[in-house]
Design a protein around this ligand. Structure first.
Ligand SMILES: [Zn+2]
Length: 496
């Protein structure tokens, strides 16, 4: 059937109308819980082929912790890395929440016309949690740039001090929100993560805590009524440039973390200048800082991701004002858009592959993966896939799995090639099963067994190693660290 030009125009008009009105409109304004939920549902409905909406839990106030997954990679595709972006863990640090909503819109509306967006969606699973603390946000106040209501959750608990801590015991009771994150991390294998905060302009990387509990005095000082009665809790401190910086707490993947922080800070138009937001902060060289070197904290989400789940997370302080005015949102989005895209793409830097049984070719699941020389373990997905972000160089992957001979595989991550996008080195690892035979140890006879929880066994070993390493360091550096003790006593919780 021939269609004349009038009919064609009519059909185009109808398609255009449907297209425009099926895309949820996102204005530059703050969205409360119900508006945020509605927007995410609308997005999931309008873009079913590139989004998946799910909740990882519920808060005390019965607000769901919504996650929108963005990807066009088929579920069956192997080796697709998962990245997560989290905002608003501190309910009054609100800009990140809106930036992530705009990031969602940017991805789904630019899939066909932006080559980078298209490539990232085809090759990455991007999980976006715009608000980890919706209860806190609901009582926060726009325009409150420093301390204000809503930082904590509905139980008045700071969520970014409530995670299990490797370095110091954390007695804070588990919260709904932190438990949801723990379950989320246990059920998924995330490669890369970022948590968006406000109150400073810097990319902060692990570790954010130190082994010895030398910060107690400072915490006690902070909690005294004398301090809390003052207008500003750190008004008694000397200016930042008159204090020595705290010693950094170096992780085994410090080179990678510094790289990730630099990628973000250097892509952001002003973060890399490293200017302090207030007189109590020092300048951040290149706009990045080791977490503990800025100020150490216990129970943070960043160290928890890395140490307990092998996920590399950094903390992004994206605005000097914690809850900027609405009219600042367009600039904040512009400042962070490209930095976020470039940061997400780092999940494709390094090595990835799959671990299989040499005989059956079935996937082998283990958390006994490490890069030689780096005392930091990571684990496979439920399909035997693994990912690790590494800078160019030659490495050895060490694989331990119960019932298999340990394997060490040498590989190279090449310098950036000519291709536009990062391409990781792919490794197929075939694990030869252990030949069952009796082993005599003193008067006991042990048979190789398959303990049900190999993952936690191996991780425990790694954690113990790290613990010993830190104890050794601490003893050696004690004299050095004592020099800093006076500074520590004036340690101030920056409420970041
Ligand atoms: Zn914060």
């Amino acid at each position: 059937m021939l269609v004349d030009s009038k009919q064609l125009w009519l059909w185009w008009s109808i398609l255009l109308f449907v297209g425009v009105y099926s895309t949820p409109i996102l204005n530059f304004e703050y969205h409360n819980y119900s508006a945020l939920s509605q927007y995410l549902h609308n997005m999931a409905t309008a873009y079913p082929n590139m989004t998946r909406l799910y909740s990882i839990g519920e808060t005390l106030r019965k607000h769901k912790l919504w996650v929108l997954e963005l990807s066009t990679a088929p579920k069956s595709s192997f080796g697709i890395p998962s990245v997560k972006l989290i905002a608003n863990i501190h309910g009054n640090e609100a800009a990140g929440r809106e930036i992530l909503l705009h990031l969602i819109q940017f991805f789904v509306t630019n899939y066909t016309n932006d080559e980078t967006v298209h490539w990232l969606l085809e090759n990455t699973r991007i999980h976006v949690l715009p608000s980890l603390n919706p209860d806190g946000f609901e009582i926060s106040v726009e325009g409150k740039c420093e301390i204000g209501p809503g930082r904590e959750n509905a139980r008045f608990v700071d969520l970014n001090r409530s995670f299990p801590d490797h370095f110091q015991s954390n007695t804070k009771p588990r919260q709904y929100e932190t438990q949801a994150i723990e379950d989320w991390l246990s059920n998924n294998t995330f490669v890369l993560s970022a948590s968006l905060h406000g109150g400073a302009l810097v990319a902060n990387y692990p570790y954010e805590n130190v082994m010895e509990n030398t910060w107690d005095a400072a915490y006690r000082l902070l909690n005294t009524s004398e301090l809390s009665n003052k207008m500003s809790p750190w008004s008694h401190l000397p200016p930042a440039d008159m204090r020595e910086p705290y010693p950094p707490s170096i992780s085994p993947d410090d080179d990678v973390f510094q790289h990730l922080a630099v990628v973000y800070a250097s892509t952001h138009p002003t973060m890399h200048f490293g200017y302090p937001c207030n007189r109590m902060d020092r300048e951040f060289q290149g706009g990045i800082t080791n977490g503990a070197a800025w100020y150490p904290l216990t129970g943070g989400m960043q160290d928890y991701n890395y140490i307990y789940h092998g996920c590399m997370e950094i903390t992004l302080e994206i605005s000097c004002c914690k809850y900027p005015l609405t009219h600042d949102l367009p600039t904040l989005w512009d400042d962070n858009r490209d930095a976020l895209l470039k940061y997400i793409s780092q999940a494709h830097q390094g090595v990835r592959g799959v671990i299989r049984d040499n005989n059956t070719h079935q996937p082998v699941l283990t958390s006994g993966l490490k890069i030689e020389g780096r005392d930091s373990y990571f684990r496979t997905s439920s399909r035997g896939e693994f990912w690790r972000i590494l800078l160019p160089g030659t490495y050895q992957l060490q694989v331990q799995a119960t019932g298999y001979e340990p394997q060490t595989i040498k590989f190279t991550v090449p310098q950036k090639r000519l291709e536009k996008h990062l391409t990781p080195t792919w490794l197929d690892v075939n694990m030869p099963p252990v030949v069952r035979k009796a082993t005599v140890v003193s008067d006991q006879v042990l048979l190789p067994t398959n303990p049900p929880d190999e993952a936690s066994t191996v991780h425990y070993t790694a954690t113990q190693k790290m613990f010993l390493h830190w104890k050794y360091d601490t003893e050696n550096e004690r004299d050095n660290r004592n020099i800093h003790d006076n500074n520590r006593r004036t340690y101030h919780n920056k409420y970041m």
